[in-house]
Structures are given as structure tokens and as C-alpha cells.
Design a protein around this ligand. Structure first.
Ligand SMILES: Cc1cc2nc3c(=O)[nH]c(=O)nc-3n(C[C@H](O)[C@H](O)[C@H](O)COP(=O)(O)OP(=O)(O)OC[C@H]3O[C@@H](n4cnc5c(N)ncnc54)[C@H](O)[C@@H]3O)c2cc1C
Ligand SMILES: *[C@@H]1O[C@H](CO)[C@@H](O)[C@H](O)[C@H]1NC(C)=O
Ligand SMILES: *[C@@H]1O[C@H](CO)[C@@H](O)[C@H](O)[C@H]1NC(C)=O
Ligand SMILES: *[C@@H]1O[C@H](CO)[C@@H](O)[C@H](O)[C@H]1NC(C)=O
Length: 818
């Protein structure tokens, strides 16, 4: 079987390569579907870039009378300099994301004809042009053009601070004061400000760190940041400051401590200050002890180590993805089916799961790769997921049990957290196991997210990122790093968003506390990820060896639960079938008998379960029935037991599955794999007709049997007695009896030697004979009674006759003797 699957996998990759055009078309199609303004999508920026996309409709509301200052880029998408500048502008947007309430970034594509009025209105003649719009700009404001702006993020950031500092009144209300503070201000600080922490950044006059950190924390409550110049000698001596820059936490009463950071730089101050106790993002509820909050939810909080990966989260993600998210697609076809195959294939190869789960993934993969049609029905896949065939040691635990992905509210974290974790683990496993295709996992994730991920805007954002740079991934290591850095981009964009759990703030991950070596600074003091350190960190963090198995259900428990569920389902099906059969019988007994042919019966006989009522008919086939049973036995021993769904499923479903049960009929050649629809329909309707004709068939059978069985001496005795009275009236009783027998019989028994059938037949015939004899017996009694009554009445008459005759004789002599 392993070889089969291996072949199937290579076939899959082959097929993907054959249709790159198809995939590209779908990607383009998807862009259209993702609800972004078309003008924006056509330009250099997308909604994922944290840049406001200006259009004629929103330009007034964005630029005029805004509470934040706006930096706007006017560009033309055909201009090379603009194209070259756009990544920088995007980085800037990510870098100063926290400054948004004070100063925000916007862009407008002047090459788009719809925007030309906007651009000419602002007097734009060359590209790219950057204009600064003050807070509360007037409607006639043309903005302040920025000449010769720098072409690097740091310079742009400093430029923005410079312009902000010269901002005329009214000052953007969200923007904290940026000028250096004095000892006098600090001594009265806590009298006028209700904050817990005051951070003082000591620095040189030309340093921007203090102002940057001030702006970085403007969205956080309970903390204030001020810059102190080295020339503020009283404070410098009071706090014994020797290093510039350095950061001190100042408390009421003149207490102070130095803020400990790995490197004295903006990013490290920001990281540390945002995580101070009591510091929360504005508008967010303060982080609380999570146990208290989740106490009232249905499952209790599971304590966990925040710097570890839990298998319970990964299995929960698989459950949710395969049983909930996929279930939304009744039919999976085309591109979605390809996505599902890729996803399953990658899971099978790299998921570091427990043996039971791996067995299930493997069987799912085998089944999926064998589906050569263009579509499958989710119901069919569900049978594999639930292991309906009851393959040993195969199961995917049902339900979710979040651990590391628990949220402090039911709508936070959980599944999306699990999806990220799952794909990080898969990229790392691909690297550790030694995959061959560097982009394999990323492509699987991209197409899964595109086809199935329920959060559609998320899918759009992810697709934007993938389109931008995924094709640059050329090693397994760079795949690991790519996903990590894109995830950080999403974290950056979502920091402060509604979907952020206050207990699990979105940070640039891993934090300096978690991986100090991962963080470093460039020569200019800007933060830089130390990729040579990040990679080994990720490889070990997400490695299969460091995944914790806490809170997992025992394998045996999982299997037992699966068995129970299966049994419950079987019982439900049987109960349903029984009910249906009863209803049908009731119907049949009211219907006039239909003509039927003995040849039809052989098509029906190998169907399972409810078709058992046709069993008696097999007697007619004698030795032939044995051959049929052998053929079926051979078929079921094939390694795809799940290819035999129940009879009750609809016709459409059968077509969607590779090998519907109809193939198992003995009328078919064993090697045949494709269902002939015509013959299927024929058989289906014949079967239906035969169910309707059930009662008449039994009647006919008895008549045929009488003719056919006469040469067989075993049955001769009984059959002879059938001739004559009573049989028609007894038919329903006999059929009922057969049904009861059928219910108790196992399918396997049916496949035993024909001799068994003979025994059963003998038994049945015996009963029939007994019934016939009984009916004849009644007639005899009838006749005897008649005779007896007749004799009795005659005797009575005779007696009366003799009595009167004697009396007459006695009287006559008396009269004659005078
Ligand atoms: C493909 C995708 C796109 C999404 N797009 C959006 C969107 O556009 N808008 C939206 O509101 N939500 C989006 N989400 C959901 C969002 O990213 C979070 O998953 C969700 O808000 C839950 O956040 P979380 O706090 O559990 O952390 P998550 O971001 O889900 O991270 C889960 C865990 O992974 C670890 N981790 C964090 N960062 C990294 C990293 N860079 N590298 C490796 N590991 C890391 C941490 O341990 C963290 O707890 C998206 C999710 C996915 C999977
Ligand atoms: C600008 O906003 C202020 C308050 O935010 C409001 O009073 C004023 O009328 C607005 N002006 C214009 C021109 O919209
Ligand atoms: C939370 O539940 C635990 C037991 O489940 C209980 O001991 C504790 O008192 C509860 N806490 C609150 C705040 O209800
Ligand atoms: C959490 O895991 C980390 C990394 O393995 C470990 O160093 C730390 O001690 C753990 N913390 C707890 C509370 O177990």
C-alpha cells in the first residue's frame, strides 16, 4: 500500500506541474473576488500594507480635518522610481504602525485615470511626490510638499518627527509632547498625570530614540515616555546616568530603576515598556488572570507553558480543519480538490503525529490521491476521517482541546492560532526530515488558505503576501524563515486589532526574553533580526521532539470512542432501515402484485443489509450462487474497504466516489473501476421495482418452485401438499417469517456454501408443508363433522320413526281386542 501511495503522490505533483496556467488563472480570479477596490489592487499598494489607499471617494474624508497628520505619497504605477520606493514605504508603514493616531500614511496612484482629478487638484506634476497634511487641514489645503526626502526607512522616520515637531497648532491630539523634559516638569509629573510608569530616555540632542519610543507607546495606557538630554545635569547626577542612550523608570517619590534591555536601542525599549505590568493598549481591557475569565465557559482553563508547542493544538486544528472547515464544502472540486490533495499530502509527509493519527492521514491521502475525477463529495471524505471502515489503529480524535492556543474569550485565538502553529511545524518538519521541494509546504498552505480558510479577508491578505515574495523561497530553511517573517507582518498589522487577545498581545515574535540572540541592531541602531540565530531557534521550537503531549486523550480512548460512535451509527442505520422496510411492507401489502422475472433477482442478491429479504431467491441459482460469493470475497479483500459505501447513499454521491458499491455486484468484471451510469440506473430502478414487487415475487416463487422442484425428492413431499387449498391466504405470513430470519442473519452467512441455503430452504419448506397440512386437516374435520351430524340426524330420524311405529303397533291390538 505504501508503494501505491508513493506513486499517487508523484502523480499528484506531476499533475500540478501540468496545470500551472490553471492555478495562475484561479489566482487572478481570486484577486477579483476579494472585495478590494480595483484601483487599489492595480496600484503598488494593497489593503494589506497599512497604507490608506486614496480614491476620489475618500480623499476628502481622509485628508481634510483629520485628527492625525497625514503623509501622502502621490505616485504613478508605471514609474520605476515609484516601484523602487514602494517597498520602502511599506516598511515605513510597518515601522511606524504604532504612530497612526498621531501620523498616518496614505498613497494614491495617479496613473489610474479615476484618480487623475485628485492628483491634478493637489498640483502634482512629478512622481513620486510626498506631501504632509497637518492635522485638521482645511478643505482648500494643498499639503506641504517634502523636497528631497530620504530613501531609507530610518531617514523617513526622522523626517516625519522633524515635521511633526514644527507642527503648527492645532497639534494632533493623540500625539504626546516630543520636546525634551526638565527636572521641574518631572517633579510635578505625577500631580498632573495619572500613570503608573514614567520612562525617561537619556540621550544626546541629535538622537531620535526618545521621540520614537514616545510615539511607539502613544497607544498604550499607564505609561508615559519623555526624553531627557544629557545637558539636564541635575537629573543626570540624581539618577547617576552614565550611558547615553539609556532608559530609567521613574516613580512618585523620586524612586527610579534602570530599564534592563539587551541593547540600548529603540526596539528594545519599546518591547520592554509595552510589556511592563499594568501597561495596556488603549481601549483594551486590562489583562486578567485567565482562569477567572474562562471559569464560566464549558471547558476549564488548561495551564500551559507559553513558550512551547502542544500536540493537542495541532490535533484540534486538524479536527477543525478537516471536519468543520472542509464540511462547509459539500462538493470539493477543481482547484479546491487540488488544494485538499496538496494539503493532505504535506500532512501525511510531515505531520509529526501519533501513530493513530498518522494512519488516518495516510489512509485519507491514499484515498484522495486515488480520486481521479474532478470532484468529490465531502460526505465520502467524512467516512474516511471517521474511519468508517474501522481500520485498526486509525483515528483522528474528535473535538477541539486548545491548550497553547486557548483564548481568554471564546472568540479569540484557537483555530487561526492552530493554523499558524501547524504550518510552522510543517515547514520545520520538511526541513528536519529533508523534503525535496522547498516551497512544497508553503504552496500547500497558500492553496489551503485560498480554497478553504474561513476568514476570507485573512485569505486575501495572505495571498497578497504570497504573491509578493513566496517565489523567492528557494531552500527549506528559507521556507521556515519566510513563514515566520510573514507571520510577524500579520502580527504587526493586527497589533491592537479587535482580534487581539489582551492576554496574548501581538508582538514581533520571538520576544527578546524568549530568544535574546535573535535580536540585534544595525550600525545605525535600528532593530535587525539575527536570521542566523532565528533559524535554529525556530527549528528547535517547532521540532517534533519539543512538542508537548499534555492534555491529549489516550490512543486507546480515542479508538474506543470511535468504535462506540461507529456502533451507535450502525444501530441508527439499522433502526432506520428496519423502519423503512416495515413501511415498505405495509405499502406492498396494499399494492396489487406486479409481474417480475426471476432473472432480475440475481442482480439484487449481493446488496447488503436491507436486501436480505431476497435471500430465499438464491436457492434458484444453486451452484451459481457459490461463484458469486467467491467473487465478492475476493473484492472485499482489496485494500480499499472504504470504496464500498452503503446502499442508501444517493446516486450523485456514488458517481463522485472512485468505486461505488455497485461495482461490487457480481454482474461486474472485477477489474472494472469506472461505473457505467446506464447500467447503474437500470439496476437501481430494477432494484426499486423489485422491492415493490416483493409480495408478488414470493407468490410466483412458490408456483415456480413447485414446477422446478418436483424432480428433487427432498422437497417433493412438502411440495405435493402445497397443491390446493390455503396457500394464497398464507403468503404474507410466510414473507414476514423470512424477514425475521433475514434480520438475524449476517452477510457472511449468505456467502457460505449453497448447502446452507438448502438447509434453510428445507426448514422453510417444512414450515410451509406443516401449514398446508393444517389447512387440509381443517377441511377433513369439516367433512367428518358433516358426516357425523348427518349420521346423527339420520339416526335421530330413524329412532323417532321406530318409536312412533312401535306405539302405533301397541295401540292397534288394544283397539282390536274388544
Ligand atoms: C493565514 C492567516 C492569515 C490571517 N490573516 C488575518 C487577518 O488578515 N486579519 C485578522 O484579523 N486575523 C488574521 N489571522 C488570524 C491571526 O493571525 C491570528 O491567528 C489570530 O488573531 C490569533 O492570534 P494569536 O494571538 O493566537 O497568535 P497567532 O498569530 O495566531 O500565533 C499563534 C502562535 O504562534 C507563535 N507565533 C507568533 N508569531 C510567530 C511568528 N512570527 N513565527 C512563528 N510563530 C509565531 C506564538 O506562539 C503564537 O501564540 C490570520 C491567520 C492565518 C492563519
Ligand atoms: C472639523 O472637525 C471638528 C471637530 O472634529 C468640527 O468641529 C469641524 O466642524 C470640522 N470641520 C470641517 C470643515 O469639517
Ligand atoms: C473556577 O473554577 C474552579 C473549579 O473549577 C473553582 O475552584 C474556582 O473557585 C472558580 N473560580 C471562580 C472565580 O469562580
Ligand atoms: C517553559 O518552557 C521553557 C522552554 O522549554 C522552559 O525553559 C521553561 O522552564 C518552561 N516553563 C515552565 C513554567 O515550565
Amino acid at each position: 500500500m505504501a508503494r501505491r501511495c508513493g506513486r499517487a503522490t508523484s502523480w499528484l505533483t506531476g499533475q500540478i506541474k501540468i496545470h500551472p496556467g490553471k492555478i495562475a488563472t484561479s489566482a487572478v480570479w481570486l484577486c477579483f473576488c476579494l472585495l478590494f477596490p480595483p484601483a487599489a489592487e492595480a496600484g503598488l499598494y494593497s489593503s494589506s500594507d497599512q497604507v490608506i489607499l486614496l480614491t476620489p471617494d475618500n480623499v476628502q474624508s481622509v485628508l481634510i480635518n483629520s485628527t492625525a497628520a497625514i503623509v501622502a505619497e502621490f505616485y504613478a504605477s508605471w514609474c520605476g522610481h515609484c516601484v523602487a520606493f514602494s517597498p520602502l514605504y511599506k516598511s515605513l508603514a510597518r515601522d511606524i504602525k504604532e504612530w497612526k493616531p498621531a501620523v498616518d500614511l496614505a498613497a494614491v496612484d495617479c496613473a489610474a485615470e479615476v484618480n487623475s482629478k485628485v492628483c491634478t487638484g493637489f498640483g502634482i506634476t512629478g512622481y513620486p511626490t510626498i506631501k504632509f497634511f497637518h492635522a485638521y487641514s482645511k478643505a482648500d489645503s494643498k499639503g506641504q510638499a517634502v523636497k528631497g526626502f530620504p530613501r531609507e526607512v530610518r531617514g523617513l522616520r526622522h523626517m516625519i518627527i522633524d515635521i511633526l515637531e514644527t507642527h503648527a497648532e492645532p497639534w494632533p491630539p493623540a500625539c504626546p509632547p516630543l520636546e525634551p523634559t526638565s527636572q521641574a516638569e518631572i517633579e510635578s509629573f505625577f500631580e498632573t498625570n495619572n500613570v503608573e510608569h514614567l520612562a525617561l530616555i537619556f540621550e544626546e540632542a541629535k538622537s531620535y530614540i526618545g521621540r520614537e519610543v514616545t510615539l511607539d507607546l502613544l497607544q498604550f495606557e499607564n505609561v508615559a515616555v519623555r526624553r531627557v538630554l544629557g545637558t539636564e545635569e541635575d537629573l543626570v547626577t540624581k539618577l547617576q546616568v552614565t550611558e547615553f542612550p539609556s532608559c530609567y523608570l521613574y516613580y512618585p517619590g523620586g524612586n527610579f530603576t534602570r530599564l534592563k534591555v539587551k541593547i540600548e536601542a529603540r526596539a528594545f525599549y519599546t518591547y520592554a515598556l509595552q510589556r511592563l505590568p499594568g501597561v495596556v493598549r488603549s481601549g483594551k481591557p486590562p489583562p486578567v488572570i485567565v482562569e477567572v475569565q474562562t471559569n464560566n465557559t464549558e471547558d476549564s482553563w488548561r495551564p500551559f507553558n507559553m513558550s512551547r508547542v502542544y500536540m493537542a493544538d495541532l490535533e484540534s486544528t486538524l479536527h477543525y480543519s478537516l471536519r468543520v472547515e472542509l464540511a462547509a464544502h459539500t462538493i470539493i472540486r477543481g482547484e479546491a480538490l487540488v488544494s485538499l490533495k496538496k494539503y493532505t499530502s504535506v500532512l501525511t509527509k510531515y505531520f509529526p503525529g501519533r501513530p493513530v493519527v498518522m494512519n488516518l492521514l495516510r489512509s485519507m491521502n491514499c484515498w484522495l490521491q486515488n480520486q481521479t475525477g474532478d470532484e468529490i463529495l465531502y460526505e465520502a471524505l467524512k467516512k474516511i476521517l471517521d474511519n468508517s471502515a474501522l481500520s485498526p489503529n486509525t483515528a483522528l480524535p474528535e473535538g477541539v482541546r486548545w491548550v497553547g492556543c486557548q483564548g481568554s474569550q471564546p472568540h479569540l485565538r484557537r483555530y487561526p492560532c492552530g493554523v499558524w502553529t501547524l504550518f510552522h511545524v510543517l515547514t520545520v518538519q520538511a526541513k528536519n526530515v529533508g523534503g525535496t521541494d522547498p516551497q512544497e509546504v508553503l504552496r500547500a498552505m497558500r492553496s489551503y488558505v485560498r480554497s478553504f480558510f474561513g476568514c476570507r479577508p485573512c485569505a486575501g491578505h495572505f495571498e497578497n503576501m504570497a504573491r509578493e515574495s513566496m517565489n523567492e523561497v528557494n531552500t527549506l530553511s528559507s521556507a521556515v524563515l519566510w513563514l515566520w517573517s510573514r507571520h510577524n507582518r500579520v502580527n504587526n498589522r493586527l497589533a491592537g486589532d479587535l482580534s487581539e487577545d489582551p492576554n496574548f498581545p501581538k508582538i514581533q515574535w520571538p520576544s527578546p526574553e524568549m530568544c535574546p540572540a535573535c535580536h540585534t541592531v544595525k550600525n545605525n541602531g535600528d532593530h535587525r533580526w539575527h536570521n542566523e540565530q532565528v533559524l535554529p531557534f525556530l527549528l528547535s521550537y517547532f521540532s517534533s521532539g519539543s512538542i508537548l503531549t499534555d492534555y491529549l486523550e489516550d490512543e486507546s480512548q480515542v479508538l474506543a470512542k470511535q468504535r462506540e460512535k461507529h456502533e451507535r451509527q450502525q444501530q441508527a442505520i439499522e433502526a432506520q432501515q428496519h423502519g423503512e422496510r416495515k413501511a415498505r411492507e405495509a405499502l406492498d401489502s396494499m399494492r396489487p402484485p406486479l409481474p417480475s422475472h426471476a432473472t432480475e433477482q440475481e442482480e439484487e442478491e449481493e446488496d447488503e443489509g436491507e436486501e436480505e429479504e431476497a435471500m430465499v431467491d438464491e436457492e434458484e441459482e444453486g451452484g451459481e450462487g457459490v461463484v458469486a460469493a467467491d467473487e465478492i470475497g475476493g473484492k472485499t479483500s482489496e485494500p480499499t474497504p472504504w470504496a464500498k459505501p452503503e446502499m442508501e447513499v444517493g446516486r450523485g454521491r456514488r458517481r463522485a466516489q472512485g468505486r461505488p458499491s455497485i461495482v461490487g455486484m457480481r454482474m461486474r468484471e472485477p477489474q472494472e473501476d469506472i461505473v457505467d451510469l446506464d447500467s447503474f440506473v437500470n439496476q437501481h430502478y430494477k432494484a426499486k421495482a423489485m422491492q415493490l414487487a416483493a409480495s408478488s415475487r414470493v407468490k410466483q416463487r412458490t408456483l415456480q418452485r413447485k414446477e422446478e422442484q418436483e424432480p428433487v425428492p427432498v422437497f417433493g413431499l412438502g411440495m405435493e401438499l402445497d397443491a390446493g387449498l390455503g396457500m394464497v391466504g398464507l403468503q404474507p405470513m410466510e414473507e414476514d417469517f423470512e424477514l425475521d430470519v433475514g434480520l438475524q442473519r449476517k452477510r457472511l452467512q449468505k456467502r457460505e456454501l449453497a448447502g446452507r441455503y438448502f438447509n434453510e430452504e428445507a426448514e422453510l419448506s417444512h414450515r410451509g408443508r406443516w401449514m398446508s397440512m393444517l389447512s387440509i386437516g381443517f377441511s377433513n374435520v369439516d367433512i367428518s363433522l358433516c358426516v357425523i351430524l348427518y349420521l346423527m340426524s339420520s339416526m335421530c330420524l330413524l329412532a323417532m320413526f321406530l318409536f312412533f311405529k312401535n306405539r302405533h303397533k301397541l295401540r292397534r291390538p288394544k283397539v282390536a281386542l274388544p
